[in-house]
Design a protein around this ligand. Sequence first.
Ligand code: GLN
Length: 537
Amino acid sequence: MAELETRYVFVTGGVASSLGKGVIAASLAKLLQSRGYSVTIQKLDPYLNIDPGTLNPYEHGECYVTDDGAETDLDLGHYERFLNVPTSQDNNVTTGRIYRNVITKERKGEYLGKTVQIIPHITDEIKRNIMLMGTRHKFDVVVTEIGGTVGDIESLPFIEAVRQLKWELGYRAMFIHLTLVPYLNASHELKTKPTQHSVKALLENGIQPDVLVLRSEHELSDDLRKKVARFCNVEADAVVQSIDVKTIYEVPIKMHEQHLDEIAMRKLQLPAKHDADMSDWIKFLEKRSKATETITVGLVGKYVELPDAYKSIIEALNHASTYNDRKLDLRLIHSEVVNADNAAEKLAGLDGIIVAPGFGQRGTEGKIEAVKYARENDIPFLGICLGMQMAVVEFARNVLGMEKANSSEMDHTTPYPVIDLMESQKNITNMGGTMRLGGYECKLKKGTHAYEAYGKEFVRERHRHRYEYNSKYLSDYEKAGMVASGVNPETGLVEIVEIPSLKWFVACQFHPEYSSTVLKPHALFMAFVKAVIASKN
Ligand code: GLN
């Protein structure tokens, strides 16, 4: 069979930000995938950072890490959780990266003396990055989400680039525009004017949307849809509503009910393969809604005001709870307020405790107290990255009697740097993209909780950290009851520690949350939730 020529779907947003473009993009991609196509999703971010790796989580939420070591936007997490297919460096492109590439080429003289300009040089570089998903990665369908809101100065080059691509690709490209239909309480009315204006703004940029997805808090009438269709040159059935649902995982089903996948296939002239098969997905949703018993899990971190900072952890816990037929009562606990005097009160009633990743000193003493509380009260515990490092520090201070033990990130004069910088990290001055990033192998020790969770000896997990377990102290730890249950087979670096005498106390240097998906919950989260249930009973 001849290879399918790649189709491109561009998703733009209007009226307001945070309407959920990523979820709409992921939902359409999921539906097309369930019809037998290979699909990927790409995010274009209009900011000047090369990648979000150096951004404070307060700015953009969690930084999501791909297996090939790219630090990316948290929307890529949704893409992987929906599609169950790994993303890569090429799935997230920022304005900063586009400009860097163009300027690097200019310095090399590759533009042969031409004046380098936004059009065509920046737009060509954007187009090249979009097309890579087809040419390099050979996907049947590429859904490209354009960050920002139409009308923003920053996203103009992206909009211009996709306008040109549509012209070049013809039926192989289409546009979906997501807007907001606000409800006015005073007049009990849904208002379509902002949508009309937003489509006008797109038209001014030469883009005619093929599909409109209207976010709304209320059901949209047929008349309203027809009105929007008429004003915006869109077919009536191509005006789709997206109203609030209990979980974002219901959105693909809602989109399917309104035939979004069929409409896209028609516009893109995609040959039909088979009907959408969403049976496993629907099973997950049914399990989720049927669960009656609850588990209460505390997530201790310093970004609790902004749950997006822990997006993947929260989702991974949701997946594992659902597959264990439990409702999740998640308590976000601010690590800065936990101390030795109030730990029992702040952590009361928790069936399980997770200590979160993070950078810098703030809130780490509270994390150490939370670890101590979990260890002394034998509450199932999962430490992730900095959470693992703090578990190692806690054990040093309170079990091994190493007073003032710490990670050298928090205290570079500590007498016991049980977490320390690797030689290879010591001379690094650039902050961006220089941590231990992406997938690494880990060898598990038989007979440990980690081995039991995964059920195999070799696993691959994603990392994002600079500091490491200091193996100099390993034998002290093992003698006192905290063992290394997972190590990197090449470097010997300790990747997982656990306390075998406790019910379930496991901490990992990597981020298991990045690879938990709706159809494939992560082994460690599954084991953690199982331990929580067992300990509760
Ligand atoms: N700050 C720690 C380090 O750099 C942990 C990082 C993290 O939790 N992602 O090693």
